[in-house]
Design a protein around this ligand. Sequence first.
Ligand code: HEM
Length: 409
Amino acid sequence: MTLTLDQIDIYDPNGYVAATPYDRFALLRRERPVFRQEMPDGTFYWAFLKHADVVDASRRPELFSAEIGGVVLEDQAPEQLEQTKNMLLMMDPPRHAELRKRVYPHFRPRQIALIEDRVRAICLEILDAGSEMGDVEFTHDLAARIPSQVFGELLGIPVDDRADINRWAEMMTGGQDPDINPDGYADGTNEGSIEMAMYGARFARERRGRVPSDGVGDLGDLLLATEIDGRPMDDLEFAYFFVQLVTAGNDTTRTMMSSGLHVLIQHPDQLEMLRADHTLIPSAVEEILRFAPPLHYFRRTASADTKVRGQEIAAGDKVALMYSSANRDEEVFIDPDRFDVSRSPNPHLAFGIGEHFCLGVHLARLEARVFFEEMLDKWASVELIGEPERQRSNLNNALKSLPVRIRPA
Ligand code: HEM
């Protein structure tokens, strides 16, 4: 049965369970690249499916605001929006540029490179655990431990608290999947974000005034001292920044690792190329991010009437920047449905682009490069022993289980 354009639904999270609907995205890129999608709550949004349109809108934050309506398609209650306005991702210029300028130095490549040895040690420990277990559910048993350990180290989060933080992060981003967030799924609230913000505020309170033993401190100390409006962040501002960092960095990184391994298992020739030539790993990481971006979209809200590809967009309309469609745009990528670890250039949009370009990009790349480098040495083979399961979500392009058998080298 062929689907007419008006029957296509790219909102329904059920449409993402079996696989990302790349065929529908391709049809829409051809036929209706600025697509009007109805939502179950009676509202609608414009999905931007073309790479050029996602880039253009991302670069015009004054017209396509992250602050007016936040970055997810479901409209938030006014009080919730008020709170999220303090998160970097949901700020518009000029507030955004001001805060970003202050925190960026802690995330720049030179700074992140300093922790490569620590990241390697964490990856080796996790790979060894995998070798010992043999049969694992890779997503939770191993992949989830990478960002939570790295992040915990960076910020100085006590080891015993890291599992809680992981759980809250997954509850927050798994809101559309009843297996992950049964309460949030039922009533639209999100316990995870509240718990995490409370933890962040407590963390700030307990840390303040502490003199780091080395005189410099960890990222937690540095961020606490970061100034906004000429004064250090207060506990609440820190709490939001904390929630933002953990949620932005945790699940996305876990997903990059698990989708990356899955894609490599599905493309044994490409995996062999990497085994033979480790210098291809950085470009393989970019290709994993293009081919299976951890996030399908982020939302913007038009702040004034405008027109895109002839389509009128009114002030207040919602827009979805469809990264997973843009990454397969045939006008930008040759043979976009082919997974090619040597692809170059690779201007994928998994990390967004423009003002809000991912702050953690260098950390994410480092984690993936080091993990796959060591994995290829430590594991002689890794194979599927069951059907992977995908998260029910139109936002997170994530696996919730990846059962594999590992044979150590
Ligand atoms: C594979 C892993 C990751 C992916 C795919 C990813 C993706 C993204 C995307 C798509 C954006 C928004 C771009 C936009 O709105 O234009 C973003 C922003 C952001 N990411 Fe990441 N991210 C990842 C890892 C991380 C990590 C590890 C951290 C923390 C260390 C992090 C922190 C942030 C922050 C703070 C922002 C907001 C930046 C701003 O608004 O200026 N991300 N990320």
